[in-house]
Design a protein around this ligand. Structure first.
Ligand code: ZN
Length: 347
């Protein structure tokens, strides 16, 4: 039985390198010529970058191949891997649907196609072979013009497949458009959407003005590290941090995992929940259970704290439809089996 909830995974970064490399070769893509053997592609794709900007460049490589036609191919493989290797029971997939539309179309047609993309991702996620409860988070993009972000927000409001919006695309340009983001977030909340945003991931993304409008905080690690005075506010609002350990090594945000010990300790102390997530499991080649294991191995958290984070992930999930996490079902089954064998013994 699948057991875990993943709250922060980008569709672009979810493709594991082997699936992507095979895809390039099956399609006869120019990248197949550049990387004739798999190990050199894996090295290129997963190696750490110096900055968040360089790292985000890699997303564009995948965005180009994730089209209306190919999305079911990639979603099927994403869910298969998540079910078989990660024991996921719940997955929120996030992406910018406008960037999956055909760039040769004019803008009005791209905006129309964007809604088809949302529908296609939604339908492809409903397959029964590898059952995982899924929902979509649409990423407003810091480098896309205002009217396109507004159109994405409207599409999010109108689709049953979407539970929330996010703000992504690099945190440097946030500041100059802060009023606009706040307005969009207020509107999203008023229309019943949940909200998260890539905030306080790096020192460039520290914007307290947006904090009151997010249900969860994408990363947020700079808060316990550099602005711990904000933690009581977060606890009061019931906001959860989506902490993605491997990302900080791949983007050069942290020199090692060690500073995360401060992040977890200060959050536990202040009563702020943390959900451990992967961000870009494919791009990192690190799946969710290995994120857990890495944190344990490096003594960042202990097993008891891991359990609290795993429970928090279900509690803060935007579209998990049940009261309990699936592990509680197993406990009930186990108790049922124990009671049944007792009856059998007594008979
Ligand atoms: Zn992210």
């Amino acid at each position: 039985m699948a057991l875990h909830a993943e709250l922060h995974r980008h569709l672009g970064g979810s493709v594991v390198p082997r699936i992507l490399w095979r895809y390039f070769h099956r399609q006869g893509s120019p990248l197949a010529e550049r990387f004739p053997t798999y190990p050199e592609f894996e090295d290129f794709y997963t190696r750490p970058r110096n900055t968040l900007e360089d790292y985000l460049e890699l997303h564009t490589l995948v965005e180009h191949v994730q089209t209306l036609e190919t999305l079911p191919y990639f979603i099927y493989r994403l869910l298969r891997g998540a079910y078989v290797f990660e024991d996921l029971a719940y997955l929120e997939i996030r992406y910018t649907p406008y960037l999956r539309t055909d760039p040769s179309l004019d803008e009005a047609d791209r905006l129309k196609q964007m809604r088809q993309v949302i529908e296609t991702v939604g339908q492809a996620s409903q397959q029964q072979e590898y059952p995982i409860v899924t929902s979509q988070i649409l990423c407003l993009h810091s480098r896309l013009p205002s009217h396109i972000n507004r159109a994405m927000l409207e599409a999010a409001v109108e689709s049953d497949y979407v539970c929330a919006i996010d703000l992504a695309g690099g945190d440097k340009p946030y500041r100059e458009r802060m009023e606009e983001w706040i307005e969009l977030y207020k509107y999203a909340l008023a229309r019943g959407l949940k909200t998260t945003a890539h905030l306080y991931e790096t020192l460039d993304g520290c914007h307290p003005e947006l904090l009151p409008y997010v249900s969860r905080i994408g990363h947020g690690i700079q808060i316990p590290l550099h602005y711990p005075e904000l933690l009581p506010e977060l606890a009061r609002r019931g906001q959860c941090l989506e902490v993605c350990p491997t990302t900080y090594l791949k983007t050069g945000t942290l020199p090692s995992l060690d500073p995360l010990k401060i992040v977890f300790d200060r959050c536990f102390e202040a009563g702020v929940d943390i959900a451990i997530c992967t961000d870009n499991a494919g791009l990192h080649n690190v799946r969710l259970p290995f994120e857990y294991e890495n944190l344990l191995t490096h003594d960042i958290i202990n097993f008891e704290q891991l359990k609290l984070c795993q429970e928090a992930a279900f509690r803060h999930a935007f579209a998990w439809p049940y009261k309990d996490r699936p592990a509680s079902l197993l406990s009930e089954l186990q108790q049922g089996v124990a009671a049944a064998s007792l009856v059998a013994l007594e008979a």
